[in-house]
Design a protein around this ligand. Sequence first.
Ligand code: CUA
Length: 332
Amino acid sequence: LRHWFVWLTLILVSAGCTNPSMSVLDPAGPVGREQLKLIYLSTGIMTLVVLVVAVLYIYIVIRYRERPGQEGEIPEQVEGNKKLEVLWTVVPIILLVILAVPTIATTFNINEKPDPAESIRVNVIGYQYWWGFEYPEFGVNTANEVHIPTGKKIEFILRAHDVIHAFWVPSLGGKEDLNPERNTRLVLQADKPGIYEGKCAELCGAAHALMNFRVIAHPPEEFNEWIASQKSPDSTPQSDRGREGQRLVGQNCIGCHAVENAGYPVQGSTGPTLNAFSKRTRIAGVIDNNRENLTTWMVDPQGVKPGNRMPAFDHLTEEQIDAIVQYLLELK
Ligand code: CUA
């Protein structure tokens, strides 16, 4: 049983390592690279310390072992040795300085406020258990997926709506806590277009482990197109079923969710905005966005993401659920 557990752990750990978009060892931006340098430095120093201690330990255990004929004999006792004491005090101090200076310098450098003309600001609001993203310069709101242009500094201003969360995109950088009382900042940048997985890195409740998000990096022109698509999409349903869905969303969903482009503004902040929903790659940050999964989510959200605040809409008929799903998938 123990072997089985060890293998399972190894498989799980290595599975984590093979996802290139979620490894701190495969940084995809300058902040991730700076942080990786610190990881290498501290791992190097730790390895050195472990090696020296292990070698000394093995040497002493063998050299001063009890030999035949010495049973019960007490060896020569040594009290105080100035040279050795200075050595084992000064060497760790030097090692700590070597570790501390670049760590503190990097910590301040990477979180420096970027020039607003050369960066984009994104407000990140952490909720139990989803992520709200606001682009104040563009008047755009979205949820669980944050789109950014490549090669540009993104100033994430972090704030928690309820409890403390932490914003972490392993391959780009982090983590940084989100507090309810004050803003924090994390500046990240992506070199190349792609999808970078993000996680909440602070235990925040039942669905903490599923509080995922995505950073989707585009070339700058494509990012501008994405922003435009969020601001002026055609939100009128194209099908009869979609129109029925819109009516049902108005009755059932907008108490918690906004659909800004369809005239349902943000009222509370219970649930993520559904604006341009069909453009999202995933539902609630955990399952792929498609018709089947969306139906499953509507009927049994607690089965998909236990602990989240969405109630099951199982009082609606199958046709009604289907109409809502149709409407959401038509929200371009
Ligand atoms: Cu939010 Cu863990």
